[in-house]
Design a binder for this molecule. Structure first.
Ligand SMILES: NC(=O)c1ccc[n+]([C@@H]2O[C@H](COP(=O)([O-])OP(=O)(O)OC[C@H]3O[C@@H](n4cnc5c(N)ncnc54)[C@H](O)[C@@H]3O)[C@@H](O)[C@H]2O)c1
Length: 366
């Protein structure tokens, strides 16, 4: 890795601390500045963490900053990304990449013209948990994978998030908020998706903020809060996906891949280092926990951003590339906007599946 890299972060809210912790571990990259539309918040967070807080324009004008991480709410992602691109800096955005396919495609075209990279969360699939299950498939241990089932449901984030309105505006909902973890995992394991058949709904339950200074405030709901979908992968595999903010309790959360010679139970894709399990047709007749066999060890949110810096340095596609995020977003938009009577919706994007991360690789040299 050449000279020390400079990183800036725009958006110093709830998720900021996890990114801060990842960057703080590196000796070849420094967090040089933070900024936020709420200047007072940026200053408070900057002071707490010992990082200079500046205006957004000031951060973008800093020639020492190579990459800017965008941790704003979904509706601001594209607007903020475009300012970062116009400043000639690489971008790593929180998910989703954009609020529409057209917007996402235009964003990547703009980055291409400016000669910068746009990467996007989630990066959880680069941890040992999901990298190990990907490698297990590639090693042939479940034979030919032909199907997957993903089911995630909760009551919605308003019991714990202090400012949850954005989860119910366009760009939020279970599909665009939690869907990226599940669909990225499915694409990383089974390859890109050819078509999507889906239905969605929203109940008439009145939601209110459940904690913090805004407790009791009613929330507007402008996005579906439940969806069921079938994804047809180019490989021929079928994934069934259920995503819900309507579920008070569920006996099962599920992310499994079925193969001709066994079943893989993937760990929760919102985390980096949990372990998956395998049931092999010719095995001991019970689930066996997988030993770590691939992935960045003990990694956290932000690993995708620093992997992008490394990829730029050596001239290859980042593993959390904009093209992968655009494909995942196209699948999620199809699920989110499907109307009664719609048949399968053909996908127009088809990314390369990122290479497996060797076990314990150093992000500075991978
Ligand atoms: N909170 C989580 O657990 C979590 C987990 C994973 C991913 N994310 C994602 O991270 C992003 C941020 O989530 P959060 O929970 O930190 O939100 P948050 O509301 O706590 O923080 C967002 C921050 O962005 C600032 N902001 C809003 N619009 C802006 C703009 N146009 N320019 C600059 N700053 C702006 C706000 O002032 C706020 O400080 C979202 O995309 C979310 O999906 C959140």
């Amino acid at each position: 890795m050449s000279a020390t890299k400079g990183i800036g972060i725009i958006g110093t809210g709830n998720i900021f601390g996890q990114y801060f912790d990842t960057i703080a571990k590196l000796d070849w990259a420094d967090l040089l500045a933070v900024a936020d539309a709420d200047q007072a918040r940026a200053e408070a967070v900057g002071q707490e963490r010992g990082v200079p807080a500046t205006s957004i324009d000031g951060l973008l004008a800093d020639p020492a900053i190579d990459l800017v991480i965008n941790l704003t709410p979904p509706a601001a992602h594209v607007e903020v990304d475009r300012r970062i691109i116009a400043a000639g800096k690489h971008v790593q955005s929180e998910k989703p990449l954009a609020l529409s396919l057209e917007e996402g495609k235009a964003l990547l075209a703009e980055a291409g013209q400016a000669g910068v990279q746009v990467g996007c969360a989630p990066d959880t699939f680069l941890g040992t948990g999901l990298q190990t299950t990907i490698k297990t498939i590639q090693d042939g241990r479940i034979g030919t994978p032909f199907a997957a089932a993903a089911l995630w449901g909760g009551p919605g984030p308003e019991p714990w998030h202090p400012n949850p309105q954005f989860f119910y505006l366009p760009g939020g909902g279970p599909i665009l908020d939690m869907g990226p973890y599940y669909v990225t995992a499915l694409v990383a394991h089974l390859g890109p998706v050819k078509s999507v058949l889906a239905r969605n709904l929203a109940s008439d339950r009145q939601r209110v903020v459940g904690s913090g200074p805004l407790k009791g405030t009613p929330l507007k709901v402008e996005t579906p809060t439940y969806a069921a979908a079938i994804l047809e992968h180019y490989s021929g595999a079928l994934s069934t996906v259920t995503l819900s903010f309507e579920t008070w309790a569920s006996g099962n959360q599920l992310l499994e891949i079925y193969g001709t010679a066994g079943t893989l139970q993937l760990p929760d894709p919102n985390w980096f280092s949990l372990k998956g399990r395998i049931f092999e047709a010719e095995g001991p007749g019970e689930w066996v926990e997988l030993e770590d066999a691939a992935g960045f060890v003990d990694s956290g949110r932000g690993i995708g951003a620093v992997e992008l810096l490394r990829a730029v340095d050596v001239g290859r596609t980042p593993r959390t590339s904009g093209l992968l995020a655009l494909h995942v977003a196209e699948i999620l938009f199809a699920i989110n906007t499907a109307q009664p009577g719609d048949g399968p919706i053909a996908m127009t994007t088809k990314p390369e599946v990122p290479a497996v991360v060797p076990l314990g690789a150093d992000v500075a040299t991978v």
